[in-house]
Design a protein around this ligand. Structure first.
Ligand code: ATP
Ligand code: MG
Length: 576
């Protein structure tokens, strides 16, 4: 490709709405163009990167025994009603009507469609197991589309679905996919961590996420991990043991009574007022889960993990209650307490964290402003509690596997593997017939990779102040050749010869034949992130070209033939 003909516009500035590195770099280097929030044109350079990632994914999925198909973007409501998701998916689902006023949606994921495809085609145990996958655009009306390709409303995903006769089959395929994912991300030049993750309210399911660990703002997930053993989990699923601390208030309170605690609106105020540690306070928080209030009880020095609480409450949507909603709840129950003084109450769902069981002689709100009960025990609460782990793990708490302190880091989720079991096959009556003629729902798994997110994550992991440093396997081109002065005959002749030799060896090479200053060309080369740059300048008069490795900044002088040979050898080794 000649740079003078390449459809690319590099910009002087980062896009004004870009907050994270990958969005800034991909925008400025001319890889993406925004059409609407979360909706981008993949310009030719970007499309080359995406196709490379797709091809790695395709090769590894095929190698793992999966078969590629392509399902429609446009999906009829009826299938989503069969699974029960038309109602619950909410606003993220992009809905539309056809000319006959029929409800349809643009696929955010394809469990419903693939399950209907399978039930028509996979009738007998003899046809199983099967794993089907596709690579295509997905549509999700994300509440906060942001970070460029990391959280789009239209984005490219690989989604695969496996069908087995039993759990043992699913377990095997799940492991097969985990191995395929490891190979995929490794080949893309990405270091990933496979971490345990939330699998929603369906009991017993297992899921893992593949995280690109990053210290940039783009890491939307907190990942807890142990340096001693192999434990690692997304914060929405992480568990820990707590270091020993005071959880019995017997040294502070000799009897159980309600006392005045004026103006103690915060835990800090209350600790100061009573001169106690926060570990012996039972905190009550009001959440709204699927539009209904739920009280969460937790030790006051700990925080609630909302996904855990939502799952424990059996919901699909959660948020903290507003002050108006809290006031409304208080009025409804006949209390006058303001936040800070709320406590357990009857006829509201209450979920207490497991660690609440250990509390004794504690302090708790009694739904009266400026009052708390002290020296309280669980039996004094006179309400029905459900227990669950709803606690947000914190750094330094102890690994449940080996007892060592847990570490935390940020991660970008690029892939996800999930044991669905019969979540879709049962309600959609998608069954196979066993050897005795009996029917059973398929045991399913699903496996996603965000293709466009992976590309952006690669930028988050490989960049410097000058631009992108593409891992070679997914770089749009491998090499750029920069003749310093295009009017210099020897320089152009050498550049052209190298260009042709590299091309005929199958190397993807760009010749920067623009009549620009060398500085401009170097800047663009660094910004776009070509893994190798060959500069043909004055030194060619002594028979040498300059060779630069973008990743390491290492520079060498070689004869054009030697440079060509090294490039072919290095690139062939790296991309296979
Ligand atoms: P997230 O928690 O980040 O919203 P998710 O759990 O909704 O992700 P899945 O439904 O598991 O994601 O989708 C599979 C993969 O698709 C994810 O691992 C991620 O790489 C990618 N993905 C999901 N949502 C988006 C998005 N809005 N933009 C780009 N990629 C996405
Ligand atoms: Mg999501």
């Amino acid at each position: 490709m000649k740079m003078s003909k390449m459809f690319v516009q590099t910009l002087r500035e980062f896009p004004s709405d870009a907050e994270v590195i990958s969005h800034k770099m991909l925008g400025r280097a001319g890889f993406i163009k925004k059409l609407a929030p979360g909706v981008y044109t993949y310009q030719p350079l970007m499309w080359k990167v995406l196709k490379k990632i797709e091809n790695i994914v395709r090769e590894e999925m095929d190698r793992a025994g999966a078969q590629e198909l392509l399902m429609p973007f446009v999906q009829p409501k009826e299938l989503w009603e069969e699974s029960g998701r038309w109602e619950v998916y909410g606003k993220e689902l992009m809905r539309l009507k056809d000319r006959h006023d029929r409800d349809m949606c643009l696929g955010p994921t394809h469990e419903e469609i693939i399950t209907s495809v399978a039930r028509d085609g996979l009738k007998s145990y003899k046809q199983l197991p099967v794993n089907l996958y596709q690579i295509q655009s997905k549509f999700r009306d994300e509440i906060r589309p942001r970070y460029g390709l990391l959280r789009g409303r239209e984005f490219i995903m690989k989604d695969a679905y496996s069908f087995d006769i039993d759990e043992a089959g699913l377990d095997k395929e799940y492991e097969n996919m985990a191995q395929a994912y490891k190979r995929i991300f490794e080949r893309c030049g990405l270091d990933t961590k496979m971490v345990q993750s939330d699998s929603g309210a369906i009991g017993g399911s297992v899921s893992h996420e593949f995280m690109v660990i990053t210290d940039t703002d783009a890491g939307e997930n907190d990942v807890f991990y142990c340096n001693e053993c192999d434990y690692s989990a997304n914060s929405n699923h992480a568990i820990s043991n707590l270091p020993e601390t005071v959880v019995d208030g017997k040294d502070f309170f000799k009897e159980t009574k309600v006392i005045d605690t004026p103006n103690t609106h915060s835990i800090e105020d209350l600790c100061k007022f009573l001169n106690i540690p926060s570990t012996i306070i039972l905190k009550t928080l009001v959440y709204i889960v699927d539009k209904k209030p739920v009280l969460a009880l937790i030790r006051a020095d700990k925080a609630v993990e909302e996904t855990k609480l939502m799952n424990a409450a059996g919901g699909i949507d959660i948020r903290i209650a507003s002050s108006a909603e809290i006031a409304e709840l208080m009025a409804e129950k006949g209390f006058d307490a303001v936040p800070g003084f709320i406590g357990p109450m009857k006829d509201v769902k209450i979920i207490a964290d497991e660690t609440v069981k250990d509390l004794k002689n504690f302090v708790v709100g009694v739904n009266q402003t400026d009052k708390h009960m002290v020296g309280a025990n669980l039996s004094d609460l006179a309400v029905e509690l459900e227990y669950a782990d709803i606690r947000l793990v914190e750094r330094g708490e102890l690994c449940t596997q080996c007892g060592k302190p847990l570490q935390v880091t940020k991660g970008i989720e690029v892939g996800n593997i999930f044991k669905l079991g019969t979540k879709y096959s049962k309600p959609m009556n998608a069954v196979y017939t066993d050897i005795n003629g009996k029917t059973h729902p398929y045991v399913m798994g699903c496996y996603g990779i965000g293709i466009s997110r992976t590309a952006a994550a690669a930028v988050e992991a490989h960049y410097d102040e000058h631009g992108i440093k593409w891992p070679i396997a997914i770089a749009p081109y491998h090499v750029v050749i920069v003749p310093v002065n295009i009017k210099d005959e020897l320089q152009m002749k050498t550049a052209n010869e190298m260009y042709e030799k590299l091309q005929s060896a199958g190397i993807e090479v760009v010749l920067d034949d623009r009549d620009e200053r060398a500085g401009v060309k170097f800047k663009d080369a660094d910004l776009i992130g070509f893994p190798y740059r060959v500069t043909v300048g004055k030194t060619i008069n002594e028979g040498f070209v300059e060779f630069k490795v973008r990743e390491t900044d290492q520079q060498e002088k070689y004869t054009p033939d030697k440079a060509t040979e090294i490039l072919i050898e290095n690139i062939k080794k790296a991309v296979l």
